[in-house]
Design a protein around this ligand. Sequence first.
Ligand code: ADP
Length: 273
Amino acid sequence: MKDTALHLRHLVKPGQKLHLKDVDPGDTAPYKHKDEVQELLADDKRDLVELQELLYAEGKHSVLVVLQAMDTAGKDATIQHVLSGVNPQGCPVTSFKVPTAEEIAHDYLWRVHQAVPGKRMLGVFNRSHYEDVLVVRVHNLVPKDVWSQRYAQINAFEKHLTENGVTILKFFLHISKDEQKKRLQARLDDPQKHWKFAVGDLKERALWDQYMEAYEDALNHTSTPWAPWYLIPANRKWYRNLTVARVIVETLRGFKMKWPEPADDLSGVVIED
Ligand code: ADP
């Protein structure tokens, strides 16, 4: 049965003080098994394909989907599953890596602003400006008095974007440390997955608690009415995919978009043999 409130279930309410340790990454309520959601997910993906086409055709809105997560939580897989079938011309995906020399010479939002999707686009950020209050904080890449000012800067930046027609949806794909161990082990055990295994990921894993603290602060400081966070329990991949798809679908549906009128009067147009 379709849970019509699923898209709101994992919203981080602005002003709420959230404790990550109280959130179960294995939560799949109200579903127990993958088989229960296959059809629902297929429906959502079909709706997403149609709504994205409408978004593209109407050309009035732009949507920015931000994905953040610890390694192996499935940022790439979520993009692959949820957006499969969507017209790639309308869905630019930008991955943010360690900043280049040119990027580091600018303020941290410079590279991000350039990648913000324009009208008619559904753009995805695989990692984002949030790295500048996550990895940067955990590794002391800048002093605390620098990163701690960034929450307010990010809120102001995102407000500016929304006031200029960008709808922002932010997802933290939340897995447990145990689940990450299983997934890393699976990568080690399967030669076809070795390419995904970076020994450096183990160093980040060792900093798990510091990352959780940084995520918790980021969620609490930057889930705003104009750019909310969704805290997605991601131990079960099927539940992760379903909830992310549903939030995007419901957001697009909320635009109440219309197919544009044709540029020309088509009445009486006859196509000759
Ligand atoms: P991914 O893990 O996203 O698939 P990579 O393995 O190339 O891709 O990792 C990208 C790396 O870039 C991550 O370790 C991430 O923390 C790092 N990174 C991203 N943005 C920044 C930033 N602003 N400052 C420092 N490191 C960053």
